[in-house]
Design a protein around this ligand. Structure first.
Ligand SMILES: C[S@@+](CC[C@H](N)C(=O)[O-])C[C@H]1O[C@@H](n2cnc3c(N)ncnc32)[C@H](O)[C@@H]1O
Length: 368
Protein backbone atom coordinates (compact mmCIF):
# COMPACT_ATOMS: atom_id res chain seq x y z
CA UNK A 1 0.00 0.00 0.00
CA UNK A 2 1.38 3.45 -0.84
CA UNK A 3 1.71 6.05 1.83
CA UNK A 4 -0.16 9.26 0.80
CA UNK A 5 2.80 11.25 2.14
CA UNK A 6 5.12 9.61 -0.40
CA UNK A 7 3.06 10.74 -3.35
CA UNK A 8 2.08 14.17 -2.02
CA UNK A 9 4.18 16.92 -3.61
CA UNK A 10 4.14 19.01 -0.40
CA UNK A 11 6.50 16.61 1.35
CA UNK A 12 9.23 17.85 -1.01
CA UNK A 13 10.17 14.23 -1.81
CA UNK A 14 10.23 15.03 -5.55
CA UNK A 15 12.83 17.77 -4.92
CA UNK A 16 15.15 15.42 -3.08
CA UNK A 17 15.51 13.04 -6.01
CA UNK A 18 16.91 13.27 -9.53
CA UNK A 19 19.53 15.50 -11.13
CA UNK A 20 20.35 18.95 -9.77
CA UNK A 21 17.90 21.64 -10.94
CA UNK A 22 17.86 25.46 -10.73
CA UNK A 23 16.74 26.56 -7.27
CA UNK A 24 18.25 23.49 -5.57
CA UNK A 25 20.40 24.21 -2.56
CA UNK A 26 23.61 22.26 -2.93
CA UNK A 27 26.28 21.74 -0.33
CA UNK A 28 29.82 21.80 -1.73
CA UNK A 29 32.63 20.22 0.28
CA UNK A 30 36.05 21.59 -0.65
CA UNK A 31 39.29 19.59 -0.44
CA UNK A 32 39.83 20.79 3.16
CA UNK A 33 36.38 19.54 4.21
CA UNK A 34 34.86 23.04 4.46
CA UNK A 35 31.19 23.33 3.52
CA UNK A 36 29.74 25.95 1.17
CA UNK A 37 26.00 26.09 0.44
CA UNK A 38 24.88 27.52 -2.91
CA UNK A 39 21.51 27.87 -4.65
CA UNK A 40 21.82 26.73 -8.26
CA UNK A 41 21.09 29.25 -10.99
CA UNK A 42 21.85 28.84 -14.72
CA UNK A 43 24.88 30.88 -15.76
CA UNK A 44 25.91 31.73 -12.17
CA UNK A 45 29.31 31.06 -10.57
CA UNK A 46 30.35 30.34 -6.99
CA UNK A 47 33.52 32.27 -6.19
CA UNK A 48 36.26 31.43 -3.72
CA UNK A 49 39.54 33.28 -3.28
CA UNK A 50 41.26 30.79 -5.61
CA UNK A 51 38.71 30.81 -8.44
CA UNK A 52 35.19 29.57 -9.06
CA UNK A 53 32.77 26.70 -9.66
CA UNK A 54 30.25 27.07 -12.47
CA UNK A 55 26.68 26.28 -11.52
CA UNK A 56 26.11 25.02 -15.08
CA UNK A 57 28.62 22.23 -14.35
CA UNK A 58 26.26 21.00 -11.63
CA UNK A 59 22.87 21.55 -13.29
CA UNK A 60 21.67 18.20 -14.61
CA UNK A 61 24.35 16.23 -12.72
CA UNK A 62 23.25 13.55 -10.23
CA UNK A 63 23.25 14.23 -6.48
CA UNK A 64 26.60 13.15 -5.07
CA UNK A 65 28.65 14.36 -8.06
CA UNK A 66 32.12 15.86 -8.01
CA UNK A 67 32.58 19.20 -9.75
CA UNK A 68 35.88 20.76 -10.75
CA UNK A 69 36.84 24.15 -9.40
CA UNK A 70 38.65 26.51 -11.84
CA UNK A 71 41.83 25.94 -9.76
CA UNK A 72 41.61 22.24 -10.62
CA UNK A 73 40.45 21.13 -7.15
CA UNK A 74 37.51 18.72 -6.85
CA UNK A 75 34.44 19.75 -4.86
CA UNK A 76 31.86 17.19 -3.73
CA UNK A 77 28.27 18.30 -4.36
CA UNK A 78 25.34 16.92 -2.34
CA UNK A 79 21.81 18.08 -1.59
CA UNK A 80 21.70 19.05 2.09
CA UNK A 81 19.80 16.70 4.40
CA UNK A 82 17.28 18.28 6.79
CA UNK A 83 19.98 18.26 9.48
CA UNK A 84 22.36 20.15 7.15
CA UNK A 85 19.65 22.51 5.92
CA UNK A 86 18.61 23.83 9.34
CA UNK A 87 22.21 24.73 10.16
CA UNK A 88 22.78 26.62 6.89
CA UNK A 89 19.37 28.26 6.34
CA UNK A 90 18.72 31.97 7.08
CA UNK A 91 18.14 32.51 10.80
CA UNK A 92 16.33 35.11 12.84
CA UNK A 93 16.25 33.36 16.20
CA UNK A 94 18.51 30.57 17.43
CA UNK A 95 17.43 27.21 15.97
CA UNK A 96 16.78 23.88 17.67
CA UNK A 97 19.73 21.66 16.80
CA UNK A 98 19.08 18.41 14.90
CA UNK A 99 20.03 16.25 17.89
CA UNK A 100 17.32 17.96 19.97
CA UNK A 101 14.77 17.98 17.13
CA UNK A 102 15.16 14.19 16.94
CA UNK A 103 14.59 13.86 20.67
CA UNK A 104 11.56 16.14 20.53
CA UNK A 105 9.90 14.18 17.72
CA UNK A 106 10.51 10.90 19.56
CA UNK A 107 9.81 11.84 23.20
CA UNK A 108 6.85 14.11 22.42
CA UNK A 109 5.54 11.18 20.36
CA UNK A 110 4.80 13.23 17.23
CA UNK A 111 3.06 10.91 14.76
CA UNK A 112 1.51 11.12 11.27
CA UNK A 113 -1.99 12.57 11.52
CA UNK A 114 -1.40 14.25 14.92
CA UNK A 115 -2.60 17.78 15.69
CA UNK A 116 0.45 19.55 17.10
CA UNK A 117 0.83 23.07 18.49
CA UNK A 118 4.26 24.71 18.43
CA UNK A 119 5.47 28.06 19.86
CA UNK A 120 7.57 30.03 19.08
CA UNK A 121 8.44 29.38 15.50
CA UNK A 122 11.69 31.38 15.43
CA UNK A 123 13.50 30.46 12.22
CA UNK A 124 11.31 27.42 11.60
CA UNK A 125 13.99 24.76 12.09
CA UNK A 126 11.96 22.64 14.48
CA UNK A 127 8.79 23.24 12.42
CA UNK A 128 10.43 21.34 9.53
CA UNK A 129 10.99 18.23 11.67
CA UNK A 130 7.48 18.49 13.11
CA UNK A 131 5.94 18.84 9.64
CA UNK A 132 7.82 15.80 8.43
CA UNK A 133 6.56 13.86 11.43
CA UNK A 134 2.85 14.87 11.22
CA UNK A 135 2.82 14.48 7.41
CA UNK A 136 0.10 15.80 5.14
CA UNK A 137 -2.61 14.04 7.14
CA UNK A 138 -1.70 15.88 10.36
CA UNK A 139 -1.76 19.52 11.41
CA UNK A 140 0.98 21.73 12.76
CA UNK A 141 -0.38 24.94 14.28
CA UNK A 142 2.59 27.20 14.97
CA UNK A 143 2.50 30.46 16.93
CA UNK A 144 5.11 33.21 16.84
CA UNK A 145 4.82 36.63 18.37
CA UNK A 146 7.28 38.30 15.97
CA UNK A 147 5.96 38.83 12.45
CA UNK A 148 9.50 39.20 11.04
CA UNK A 149 10.58 35.81 12.48
CA UNK A 150 7.39 34.19 11.20
CA UNK A 151 8.19 35.47 7.74
CA UNK A 152 11.71 33.99 7.84
CA UNK A 153 10.31 30.67 9.03
CA UNK A 154 7.66 30.57 6.28
CA UNK A 155 10.29 31.29 3.61
CA UNK A 156 12.66 28.66 5.04
CA UNK A 157 9.89 26.04 4.98
CA UNK A 158 8.83 27.01 1.45
CA UNK A 159 12.45 26.68 0.30
CA UNK A 160 12.77 23.29 2.00
CA UNK A 161 9.50 21.71 0.85
CA UNK A 162 9.42 23.60 -2.47
CA UNK A 163 5.95 24.97 -1.70
CA UNK A 164 3.75 25.85 1.27
CA UNK A 165 3.17 22.72 3.36
CA UNK A 166 -0.60 22.01 3.48
CA UNK A 167 -0.47 20.79 7.11
CA UNK A 168 1.05 24.04 8.39
CA UNK A 169 -0.47 27.25 9.66
CA UNK A 170 1.49 30.05 11.33
CA UNK A 171 -0.35 32.48 13.57
CA UNK A 172 1.40 35.71 14.56
CA UNK A 173 0.72 36.59 18.17
CA UNK A 174 1.43 35.58 21.73
CA UNK A 175 0.47 31.95 22.42
CA UNK A 176 -1.35 32.86 25.62
CA UNK A 177 -3.73 35.16 23.73
CA UNK A 178 -4.02 33.39 20.38
CA UNK A 179 -4.18 29.69 21.30
CA UNK A 180 -7.60 29.80 23.03
CA UNK A 181 -9.03 31.61 19.98
CA UNK A 182 -7.49 29.13 17.53
CA UNK A 183 -8.30 25.65 18.87
CA UNK A 184 -11.21 23.98 20.65
CA UNK A 185 -10.51 22.81 24.23
CA UNK A 186 -9.11 19.28 24.34
CA UNK A 187 -8.50 19.12 20.57
CA UNK A 188 -4.69 19.13 20.47
CA UNK A 189 -2.59 15.95 20.71
CA UNK A 190 0.88 17.37 21.34
CA UNK A 191 2.40 20.76 22.26
CA UNK A 192 6.02 21.83 21.77
CA UNK A 193 7.24 25.02 23.47
CA UNK A 194 10.59 26.59 22.60
CA UNK A 195 10.49 30.05 24.16
CA UNK A 196 11.90 32.06 27.07
CA UNK A 197 8.98 31.65 29.49
CA UNK A 198 7.02 28.44 28.75
CA UNK A 199 5.53 28.42 32.28
CA UNK A 200 3.40 31.42 31.27
CA UNK A 201 1.64 29.22 28.72
CA UNK A 202 0.84 26.19 30.89
CA UNK A 203 -2.80 27.17 31.56
CA UNK A 204 -3.75 27.68 27.90
CA UNK A 205 -1.80 24.61 26.82
CA UNK A 206 -3.56 22.50 29.46
CA UNK A 207 -6.92 23.72 28.16
CA UNK A 208 -6.02 22.95 24.53
CA UNK A 209 -4.49 19.49 25.07
CA UNK A 210 -6.54 16.31 24.99
CA UNK A 211 -6.27 14.18 28.17
CA UNK A 212 -3.06 12.17 27.96
CA UNK A 213 -1.58 14.69 25.52
CA UNK A 214 2.13 15.45 25.72
CA UNK A 215 3.75 18.81 26.35
CA UNK A 216 7.46 19.10 25.68
CA UNK A 217 9.46 22.22 26.59
CA UNK A 218 12.91 23.09 25.28
CA UNK A 219 14.76 25.62 27.44
CA UNK A 220 18.31 26.91 27.43
CA UNK A 221 19.00 27.34 31.14
CA UNK A 222 18.57 25.40 34.37
CA UNK A 223 16.66 28.31 35.91
CA UNK A 224 14.00 28.09 33.16
CA UNK A 225 13.88 24.31 33.54
CA UNK A 226 13.24 24.60 37.24
CA UNK A 227 10.60 27.31 36.82
CA UNK A 228 8.57 25.34 34.27
CA UNK A 229 8.77 22.14 36.35
CA UNK A 230 7.62 23.88 39.51
CA UNK A 231 4.81 25.71 37.74
CA UNK A 232 3.51 22.43 36.26
CA UNK A 233 3.60 20.77 39.70
CA UNK A 234 1.78 23.67 41.31
CA UNK A 235 -0.86 23.59 38.59
CA UNK A 236 -1.63 19.97 39.44
CA UNK A 237 -3.16 18.94 36.09
CA UNK A 238 0.01 17.35 34.80
CA UNK A 239 2.05 14.21 35.37
CA UNK A 240 5.36 14.50 37.20
CA UNK A 241 7.85 16.36 34.93
CA UNK A 242 10.65 14.38 33.29
CA UNK A 243 13.75 16.34 32.30
CA UNK A 244 17.00 15.55 30.53
CA UNK A 245 19.68 16.85 28.24
CA UNK A 246 21.48 15.03 25.46
CA UNK A 247 25.14 15.25 24.62
CA UNK A 248 26.31 14.09 21.23
CA UNK A 249 30.03 13.56 20.72
CA UNK A 250 31.27 12.94 17.19
CA UNK A 251 34.07 10.49 16.54
CA UNK A 252 37.22 10.94 14.50
CA UNK A 253 37.74 7.92 12.23
CA UNK A 254 41.09 7.70 10.53
CA UNK A 255 43.04 4.46 10.32
CA UNK A 256 44.01 3.50 13.87
CA UNK A 257 43.19 6.99 15.18
CA UNK A 258 39.64 6.15 16.22
CA UNK A 259 38.66 8.42 19.09
CA UNK A 260 36.14 11.10 20.13
CA UNK A 261 36.49 14.40 18.30
CA UNK A 262 38.23 17.08 20.31
CA UNK A 263 35.41 19.57 19.86
CA UNK A 264 31.68 19.20 20.56
CA UNK A 265 28.61 21.30 21.37
CA UNK A 266 28.80 21.10 25.15
CA UNK A 267 25.35 22.58 25.66
CA UNK A 268 22.28 23.29 23.54
CA UNK A 269 19.24 23.03 25.83
CA UNK A 270 17.23 20.98 28.31
CA UNK A 271 14.06 19.06 27.51
CA UNK A 272 11.13 18.53 29.82
CA UNK A 273 7.96 16.52 29.23
CA UNK A 274 4.67 16.32 31.11
CA UNK A 275 1.33 14.75 30.13
CA UNK A 276 -2.07 16.29 30.68
CA UNK A 277 -4.23 14.52 33.23
CA UNK A 278 -7.94 13.95 32.63
CA UNK A 279 -10.29 16.66 33.90
CA UNK A 280 -11.09 16.30 37.58
CA UNK A 281 -8.40 13.68 38.10
CA UNK A 282 -6.51 13.96 41.31
CA UNK A 283 -2.96 13.14 40.36
CA UNK A 284 -1.61 10.16 42.26
CA UNK A 285 1.33 12.42 42.91
CA UNK A 286 2.16 14.76 45.68
CA UNK A 287 0.60 18.08 44.68
CA UNK A 288 2.95 20.51 46.19
CA UNK A 289 4.18 24.04 46.17
CA UNK A 290 7.87 24.61 45.58
CA UNK A 291 9.79 24.03 48.79
CA UNK A 292 10.42 27.15 50.83
CA UNK A 293 13.66 28.70 49.65
CA UNK A 294 13.82 26.49 46.54
CA UNK A 295 14.20 29.59 44.37
CA UNK A 296 16.80 31.20 46.62
CA UNK A 297 16.81 34.68 48.14
CA UNK A 298 17.81 36.45 44.91
CA UNK A 299 14.96 34.91 42.91
CA UNK A 300 12.72 37.50 41.20
CA UNK A 301 9.21 36.27 40.30
CA UNK A 302 8.34 36.79 36.63
CA UNK A 303 5.76 39.50 37.27
CA UNK A 304 8.36 41.53 39.16
CA UNK A 305 11.24 41.20 36.72
CA UNK A 306 11.50 40.58 32.97
CA UNK A 307 13.06 37.38 31.55
CA UNK A 308 14.95 38.61 28.51
CA UNK A 309 17.15 36.84 25.98
CA UNK A 310 20.11 38.91 27.14
CA UNK A 311 19.57 37.99 30.80
CA UNK A 312 19.70 34.32 29.83
CA UNK A 313 22.92 34.81 27.90
CA UNK A 314 21.52 34.86 24.34
CA UNK A 315 22.79 37.33 21.77
CA UNK A 316 20.27 39.98 20.66
CA UNK A 317 19.60 40.11 16.89
CA UNK A 318 19.41 43.57 15.30
CA UNK A 319 16.29 44.57 13.34
CA UNK A 320 18.50 45.30 10.32
CA UNK A 321 19.96 41.80 10.39
CA UNK A 322 16.49 40.25 10.64
CA UNK A 323 15.30 42.29 7.61
CA UNK A 324 18.31 41.13 5.58
CA UNK A 325 17.75 37.52 6.64
CA UNK A 326 14.07 37.69 5.63
CA UNK A 327 15.08 39.07 2.20
CA UNK A 328 17.62 36.25 1.70
CA UNK A 329 15.14 33.61 2.83
CA UNK A 330 12.47 34.92 0.42
CA UNK A 331 14.93 34.97 -2.48
CA UNK A 332 15.97 31.36 -1.78
CA UNK A 333 12.34 30.22 -1.58
CA UNK A 334 11.49 32.07 -4.83
CA UNK A 335 14.46 30.50 -6.60
CA UNK A 336 13.36 27.07 -5.40
CA UNK A 337 9.80 27.59 -6.69
CA UNK A 338 11.00 29.04 -9.99
CA UNK A 339 13.28 26.03 -10.52
CA UNK A 340 10.48 23.51 -10.02
CA UNK A 341 9.55 23.14 -13.68
CA UNK A 342 13.05 23.25 -15.04
CA UNK A 343 14.27 20.42 -17.28
CA UNK A 344 17.82 20.11 -18.66
CA UNK A 345 17.74 21.13 -22.35
CA UNK A 346 20.37 18.64 -23.38
CA UNK A 347 21.30 16.19 -20.62
CA UNK A 348 24.26 14.89 -22.67
CA UNK A 349 25.81 18.34 -22.95
CA UNK A 350 25.33 18.96 -19.21
CA UNK A 351 27.12 15.72 -18.35
CA UNK A 352 30.05 16.68 -20.58
CA UNK A 353 30.27 20.06 -18.91
CA UNK A 354 31.33 18.31 -15.71
CA UNK A 355 34.52 17.05 -17.35
CA UNK A 356 37.58 19.13 -16.46
CA UNK A 357 38.19 21.93 -18.95
CA UNK A 358 41.92 21.30 -18.81
CA UNK A 359 42.84 17.98 -17.14
CA UNK A 360 46.52 18.95 -17.22
CA UNK A 361 45.84 21.89 -14.95
CA UNK A 362 44.65 19.48 -12.25
CA UNK A 363 47.99 17.71 -12.12
CA UNK A 364 49.88 20.98 -11.92
CA UNK A 365 47.62 22.17 -9.12
CA UNK A 366 48.20 18.95 -7.18
CA UNK A 367 51.97 19.47 -7.31
CA UNK A 368 51.99 23.10 -6.30
C1 LIG B 1 14.44 30.19 20.22
S1 LIG B 1 13.18 30.78 19.22
C2 LIG B 1 12.44 29.34 18.53
C3 LIG B 1 13.32 28.64 17.54
C4 LIG B 1 12.64 27.56 16.73
N1 LIG B 1 12.15 26.49 17.58
C5 LIG B 1 13.55 27.01 15.67
O1 LIG B 1 13.95 25.84 15.75
O2 LIG B 1 13.89 27.74 14.71
C6 LIG B 1 11.97 31.33 20.36
C7 LIG B 1 10.84 32.09 19.68
O3 LIG B 1 9.72 32.11 20.55
C8 LIG B 1 9.02 33.32 20.32
N2 LIG B 1 8.15 33.50 21.50
C9 LIG B 1 8.53 33.71 22.78
N3 LIG B 1 7.47 33.72 23.61
C10 LIG B 1 6.38 33.54 22.81
C11 LIG B 1 4.98 33.46 23.09
N4 LIG B 1 4.51 33.60 24.31
N5 LIG B 1 4.14 33.25 22.06
C12 LIG B 1 4.61 33.12 20.78
N6 LIG B 1 5.93 33.17 20.48
C13 LIG B 1 6.81 33.38 21.48
C14 LIG B 1 10.14 34.34 20.14
O4 LIG B 1 9.71 35.47 19.44
C15 LIG B 1 11.17 33.53 19.36
O5 LIG B 1 11.06 33.70 17.98
Amino acid sequence: MTDPDDAHPATGADLRRGPFRPGDRVQLTDPKGRLHTITLEPGATFHTHRGHVRHDDLLGAPDGSVVRHSSGADYLALRPLLSDYVLSMPRGAQVVYPKDAGQIVTYADIYPGATVVEAGVGSGALSLSLLRAVGVSGRLLSFERREDFAEIARANARAFFGRDHPAWSVTVGDLVETLPRSVAPGSVDRVVLDMLAPWECLDVVHEALAPGGVLICYVATATQLSRVAETARTHGGWTEPQAWESLVRGWHLEGLAVRPQHRMHGHTGFLLTVRRLAAGTAAPLLKRRPAKGAYGEDYVPHDEGEWSAEELGERAVSAKRVRRTARDARATADAREAGDNWEPEDPGATADAREPEDPGATGDEGNS
